[in-house]
Design a protein around this ligand. Structure first.
Ligand SMILES: Cc1cc2nc3c(=O)[nH]c(=O)nc-3n(C[C@H](O)[C@H](O)[C@H](O)COP(=O)(O)O)c2cc1C
Length: 373
């Protein structure tokens, strides 16, 4: 079967323009929100567009294992409040004009058959990072918390879905309200921009100024939950590539299942990983084990910041590949990181080759990822 590939249509910008765009992205990041929301909501269409943007995120084998449930029904909100009575954060979230539950799909389905999902936790966390970035970039605020056990039953979700994150979204009561038309315009133009992002596998070896990477990394707040390692040294990249290819060769020749082969077919991937040495920079996000835990685990928080970082990179006119050589522990040894850290993905960053093509695959339409109750 020949692969269905399409041109990337990459638009090259000047260095000044790239830096300016990442700068603006970073400036609008305000981190977690502890204030109060304005009571009166803005139109539902804005929330829909923000969720649509979350759906443009990369996912393992493009399976998009997420459903966003927008809880409008007052009675359901009360039930959520009852379920998590002891949790102050949930009461805060329920005070927001919009409440959204992100559900992870534990598996897919095709004609009644279960389809295994690959990297659903990483994919959902990255999608959440795209969602939060979209919320922040249009000038709205959010509050977030981790899984509430039993929420699936209250919301009547299908058995394949498990609650992943809950968030409240609104306008900051302390700042001037953003006019409705402006919110609608900003959210649409942000969606249009993000939907152009694609993972690439053909990197040019053209250098990328370190300043751009530095700026994009500054979008991620420092935290005890994760560490982002930046690699540009050719020897290190070559070592990572050699070891990744050794693992991937074993995977593609011995470990891969027929089902996995099928889902990877449209992507045309194999054990060769030129992108690791072609791309001028690699970022490796590590989650830290043993850091003090709040209700959201380090793993999810790391994945969310990967989503934010990828959004910043896209704004800066750069491309990346969300890559998971499996298993990934060797990267920790190559980079001499402590035992309590574990890489969750490997992110080569650079410009695409002149004739770069990408698989002709699609994102789910909004009615397949959004449920309104
Ligand atoms: C958690 C995760 C793991 C991934 N692992 C790989 C990988 O190992 N190799 C690869 O070529 N692409 C990998 N991808 C990229 C996906 O295949 C890609 O995001 C998906 O096909 C959708 O394409 P797009 O990102 O261009 O929209 C991964 C993506 C995610 C989110």
């Amino acid at each position: 079967m020949s692969l269905d590939m399409i041109p990337l249509h990459f638009k090259r910008r000047t260095f000044e323009h790239q830096l300016e765009e990442i700068n603006q992205f970073v400036e609008k990041r305000k981190g977690n929100y502890y204030g109060m929301f304005h009571e009166k909501p803005f139109p539902l269409d804005v929330i829909k567009t923000l969720i649509h943007t979350a759906g443009t995120a990369p996912s393992g084998a493009n399976q998009q294992p997420w459903t966003y449930v927008l809880v409008e029904d007052e009675r359901l909100r009360e039930c959520i409040g009852e379920l998590a009575r002891e949790n102050e954060r949930v009461q805060d979230i329920l005070a927001a004009p919009y409440v959204v539950a992100l559900m992870k799909q534990k598996h897919g389905e095709d004609k009644g058959q279960k389809i295994k999902h690959y990297y659903p936790n990483e994919s959902c966390a990255i999608s959440a990072g795209f969602f939060f970035s979209a919320i922040e970039q249009v000038g709205l605020r959010y509050k977030m918390m981790g899984r509430i056990k039993g929420l699936e039953e209250i919301l009547g979700c299908p058995p394949k879905e498990e609650h992943f994150l809950l968030f409240g979204i609104g306008q900051d009561r302390e700042t001037e309200r953003i006019p409705v038309q402006e919110l609608t315009r900003l959210s649409s133009s942000y969606y249009e921009r993000m939907k152009k992002r694609r993972n690439i596998r053909d990197f040019s070896s053209e250098p990328v100024p370190a300043e751009l990477i530095e700026k994009a990394i500054s979008a991620i707040p420092t935290s005890s939950h994760y560490h982002f390692e930046w690699v540009s040294d050719d020897h290190r990249k070559q070592e990572i590539r050699n070891r990744a290819e050794a693992e991937e060769k074993k995977f593609y020749e011995e470990r891969i299942t027929e089902e996995w082969k099928d889902v990877l077919k449209p992507l045309g991937t194999n054990w060769q990983k030129e992108h690791i040495t072609d791309a001028p920079h690699i970022i490796v996000p590590f989650k830290k084990r043993g850091s003090e835990n709040d209700d959201i685990s380090s793993f999810i928080l790391t994945g969310i910041e990967v989503g934010v970082f990828l959004s910043a990179i896209h704004h800066g006119g750069l491309c990346s590949l969300t890559h998971t050589p499996s298993p990934m522990t060797f990267i920790r040894d190559c980079l001499e990181r402590p035992k309590q850290e574990m890489p969750i993905v490997l992110l080569p960053i650079g410009y695409p080759k002149e004739d770069c093509v990408v698989p002709n695959i699609h994102k789910k339409p909004i009615n397949e990822i959004l449920v309104i109750l």
